[in-house]
Design a protein around this ligand. Structure first.
Ligand SMILES: *Cc1c(COP(=O)(O)O)cnc(C)c1O
Length: 361
């Protein structure tokens, strides 16, 4: 058997007629930049998430930049986040001249450990950026309480978690600003780069809309230093089709995850843990194994692709050497990065494939 990790092609084939038609409508209109399909998508995203404002943009990375620019994060500021995430979370903090301050993760969820946050707060701290890793929101209530107590902003990096919930609300409505990515391999992916920013705050929403078009207030009049950060109309029209079926996709991902968990329980691995008041978007199904290299190569020989999210925590990355962290500073992130391994995960994984994979672990 040869298994496809994300089955992007299967998904395209499933919705091909509708997607091709939608793309051709845009081609015929040639409204490539900020066409009406973009505002249609933003309205649908608001409806789906419950956020008052959804502002689409050029990527999940740019969504983080726009969020921090809107909150005026600047050189000298400190922003607390997790070292066990994709580089973009901390890279964007540093890109704006602020300092990423890392806090180790919870041993079960692999998300930032809220109990360790307060010790890292200083007079320079401006914001906390929890990441909803593998699709599961962090402990949003505890993080919000800490932020309220210390007058800090919360930005959620929800690049992997579109459609997930914490206390029955999507992670797009928690925090001051929440972001997501529509990178093809994310749970809701477009056919290129794309992202979105969510907020309930009218003022922040207006500022982000301006920042994404070079900080303009009206054409050729610029109120802020901004960026070229729009989502293009073709990506928006693809997302308009895919969003209609996304609830079904999420349910299928949940089903695949439950089947994996059932098939793998009792084996010598640590399975994903999902907190009680949370639903995951299941961007990844990641297990912890000893002897990862061997297991990955034997799975590969059997036609089973795996991935490692992520092999090196951010405090040990060369680009962050200047921050002065060293091995041993975040022991949970370090051990998990050595043991974690993601299995093929997508809504279309068959029972037969799940069984085939599980029998080889
Ligand atoms: C994918 C990802 C991003 C970046 O999203 P892009 O759309 O690829 O720029 C940011 N943070 C996390 C946690 C991600 O997984």
């Amino acid at each position: 058997m040869k298994i496809d990790f994300a089955k992007l092609q299967d998904q395209y084939q499933l919705y091909k007629t509708e997607i091709d038609e939608a793309i051709h409508v845009v081609l015929d209109k040639s409204n490539y930049i900020m066409g009406e399909e973009v505002s249609q998508l933003e309205e649908s995203l608001q409806e789906f998430t419950g956020a008052k404002h959804a502002i689409t943009c050029s990527s999940g990375t740019d969504a983080l930049l726009l969020a921090m620019m809107a909150l005026d994060i600047k050189p000298g500021d400190e922003v607390i986040t997790t070292p066990f995430t994709f580089i973009a979370t901390a890279e964007t903090i540093a890109f704006l001249g602020a300092t990423p301050v890392f806090v180790d993760i919870d041993e079960k969820t692999y998300n930032i450990n809220p109990d360790l946050i307060e010790a890292k707060i200083t007079s320079k701290t401006k914001a906390i950026i929890p990441v909803s890793l593998y699709g599961q929101p962090a402990d949003m209530q505890k993080i919000q309480d800490i932020a309220n107590k210390h007058n800090l902003k919360v930005i959620i990096d929800g690049a992997q978690s579109f459609g997930s919930t914490f206390n029955n609300m999507t992670d797009s409505v928690w925090g001051d600003i929440s972001t997501t990515s529509f990178f093809p391999a994310k749970p809701l992916g477009c056919f290129g780069d794309g992202g979105a920013v969510f907020t309930d705050n009218e003022e922040i929403a207006e500022k982000i809309k301006s920042l994404r078009v070079h900080g303009q207030s009206k054409r050729y009049h610029h109120k802020y230093i901004g960026m070229g950060g729009r989502l293009d109309t073709i990506q928006a029209t693809i997302l308009n089709v895919k969003l209609k079926y996304y609830k079904k996709d999420l349910a299928l991902r949940q089903e695949v995850a439950s089947k994996y968990t059932k098939a793998l329980s009792g084996k010598d691995l640590i399975l994903p843990f999902v907190a009680k008041n949370v639903t995951s978007a299941w961007a990844q199904y990641s297990v912890r194994v000893k002897n990862r290299d061997n297991i990955q190569s034997s799975l590969k020989e059997n036609g089973i692709p795996t991935a490692v999210h992520y092999p090196m925590p951010l405090h040990l990355q060369e680009c962050f050497e200047y921050l002065g962290y060293k091995k041993g500073d975040f022991p949970i992130s370090e051990i998990v990065s050595e043991e974690i391994m993601s299995l093929p995960m997508n809504p279309y994984l068959t029972d037969e494939e799940i069984k085939y994979i599980s029998n080889r672990l």
